[in-house]
Structures are given as C-alpha cells and as structure tokens.
Design a protein around this ligand. Sequence first.
Ligand SMILES: Cc1cc2nc3c(=O)[nH]c(=O)nc-3n(C[C@H](O)[C@H](O)[C@H](O)COP(=O)(O)OP(=O)(O)OC[C@H]3O[C@@H](n4cnc5c(N)ncnc54)[C@H](O)[C@@H]3O)c2cc1C
Length: 369
Amino acid sequence: MKRVGIVGGGLAGLVSAILLNRKGFDVTLFEKKRYPFHRVCGEYISNETTPFLKREGLYPSDYGPPVIRNFILSSISGSTSRVNLGMGGFGISRYTYDPFLVNVARKEGVEVQEGVAVNNVSFQESSFQIETSNKHYETPVVIGAFGKRSKLDKALDRNFMKYRSPFVGVKYHVKADFPGDAVALHNFPLGYCGISQVEDGKYNMCYLTRRENLKRFGDIPMMEKEVVYQNPHLRSLFQDSDFLLDQPEVINEISFAPKKLIEDHILMTGDSAGLITPLCGNGMAMAIHGAKILSEAITRHWNGQLDRFALEYEYQNRWNALFKRRLWVGRKTQNLFGTRLNSSFAVALGNYAKPITKKLIRLTHGQPF
Ligand SMILES: Cc1cc2nc3c(=O)[nH]c(=O)nc-3n(C[C@H](O)[C@H](O)[C@H](O)COP(=O)(O)OP(=O)(O)OC[C@H]3O[C@@H](n4cnc5c(N)ncnc54)[C@H](O)[C@@H]3O)c2cc1C
C-alpha cells in the first residue's frame, strides 16, 4: 500500500504528485475544477525554484517565460523607486503552467481526478478515508494541498476559518505598455496592484484590497475608478491597456493568518499550510519547495527511516526553518502598503536606503534549491 492521496491540484499538489510518483508511489490527485482555468495570482515565480524545476524537467521553457529582474514600487501619489531584484524570477500564467504540470503527471502515471471535490478526510487507526460525492478512497498518507480556503477547511474545523478575513483579490490579463523585465507594485488606498509579464507578451495585473473598498463603492468597476485610479500609474495602465479576459478573476476572504501544518495527520502544503502576502511574490516558490520537502519526508517514511510521528516531526521542523520567518516578514511588510504615508515612506526607502529594501526582498525569499 505505497499509496498517497493528494487533495488539490495547484502547484503544491501537482509537484508533490509528480515527485512521489517518480519515487514509486501510487498517487491519486483530486482537483475540484477542470483544467485549464484562471486563478487569482500575480504569476511571477521567484528564480529560487529555477534549478529545481530545470533538474526535474518542470521548467516551462517551451512557453518562453519572460525573465524579470527589476522591481518598481510606486506610492499612492505616484512617486516611484526602482531596485534590482537580485535573484529575480520569471512569468508564466497558471492557465498555462498548471495544465503543463498535469500533463507531465498524467503521462508519468499519476491518477488525476479532475472535477472531483473532496468533501471530507478522516483518519482512523493508520489510514485515511477520502470522501468525494460518489466514492470513498482509503490511503495511508494524505497531502492537503487545497489552497488558501476550501470547504474542506470548514469540514476539518480549521481554526483560521472561524474568523473573517478582509482581503479581496482581483486579477486580469492585459496587453500593456510596460517593461517586460520588471515587476511593479503600485499602491492605492487600502491596497496594491502588481503588474508583470507572462507568456506570449501578455501581462498579469492583479491586486489585493480590502472589502471596505468594495462595500463603499458597490462594485469592482466603480471601486477601480474611485480608488485604484488614485495612483496615476494605475490610472494609465487601466485606461490604456487591452483587457483580455471577459471578466476579472475574483476571490475574497483571503487569510494570511498562521495555520496548523498538520491537521489530524493530514500533511498540509502550499497555501493550505500558510499563505504569504502577495507583495512578496513568493507563494508559488513556497508551494513548490514545500512539495519537495514533503515528498522527501514521505519517501523516508516509506523506506522505514521515519515512523508517522517522526515524519510529521521532521516535516514540521523543515517547513518552519524554511518558511516561518518569511511569512512573518511578509505580514509585517504589508503594513507599508495601502496608505499615503506608508507607501511614500516605502518608496523613499527604495530611493535612499536601497540596502534596506534589498534586505527586505531577501528576507521574503529563500535560497535557490
Ligand atoms: C492576489 C494574489 C497574488 C499573488 N501573486 C503571486 C505571485 O505573483 N507569485 C507567487 O509566487 N505567488 C503569488 N500568490 C500566491 C500564490 O498564488 C499561491 O501561494 C499558490 O497558488 C499556492 O499554490 P497551492 O497549490 O498551494 O494552491 P492553489 O494553486 O490555490 O491550488 C489549490 C487547489 O485545490 C483545489 N481544491 C480546493 N478545495 C478542494 C477540494 N475540497 N477538493 C479538491 N480540490 C480542491 C482548488 O480548486 C485549487 O486548484 C498570490 C496570491 C494572491 C492572493
């Protein structure tokens, strides 16, 4: 019974599935939606993942992802600073990248159940029951890779679900007049909007704001005109770009609260384990790296080197060492965004104290792996 069930087919679930399948596991992955689909995400992937992705044949070279090296920050009033990103990253849409990974997974033998939502997971003695609407599956190991917020979080009675979160995310794909080698974060009252290139010369424009903005102005177009346009860079980007999606992708109740890494022996990874604030541009790198360390620990468990307790202990230690501080710095740094005073201060830091800005960027990123 070298079997693993994975709930969620985003980056964390798909990379775990591919790695474990390559180690000889019989992997079933459940994804409630059908590929391809859009997600609210800035689609900038930190280059800390590049050596791993290239080594494993998972780098999306065929799509010519643009290389992004520079960071532009603007305050609500429009003042800007520009710094080199150091390690940098690349851009690829999730609409393209997730199906690319699903194809690799399927070709190599992972059973991908698309359009199948998991309603509950329960642990008894030494195995799990995974419940979907029409079937029960039994597996000895379950990975929770079901993202920021899922009905399953409610079914598992996870603590962060008891509190409402004020954050709303909105994403567009556009054709825009913007440098291809840069990622910008533009502030507006109670939010910030990122823009960077993805494949085929398209740009991702994605913002995070608070529910108050939406409530005050009633709908997204009105809120954008009244609030987002207060930043002159955003006003021209919104007015002069060609919008490529019929409607924006929207999610709400995005929670950055700490989460438990292991719930009733389910091993959480990616956003199910903890979501870093988007301004860090590091959630996908964490999902990929988390999948790698979790797959290594599960493999050691099956080789007899770790019992279940030791598996959970080792995974927890490695995860905390790699990601805990990053998540904390991300939460603190987010306070520099979304108000006139703080965003002007952050831009001044970028202009007059570049080493501090670079240090902040380093603290929210990991080392190449
Ligand atoms: C506004 C915003 C901008 C961001 N920008 C960036 C960025 O530029 N760069 C970056 O690195 N990160 C960014 N992130 C973070 C990044 O999107 C996430 O960290 C990353 O997608 C996590 O991957 P994941 O696999 O954990 O979750 P996801 O990609 O969300 O995948 C989870 C999957 O689980 C499925 N699922 C959920 N419940 C069930 C169920 N019950 N049964 C079956 N399937 C289920 C979902 O349909 C989904 O496909 C951003 C986040 C936000 C909110």
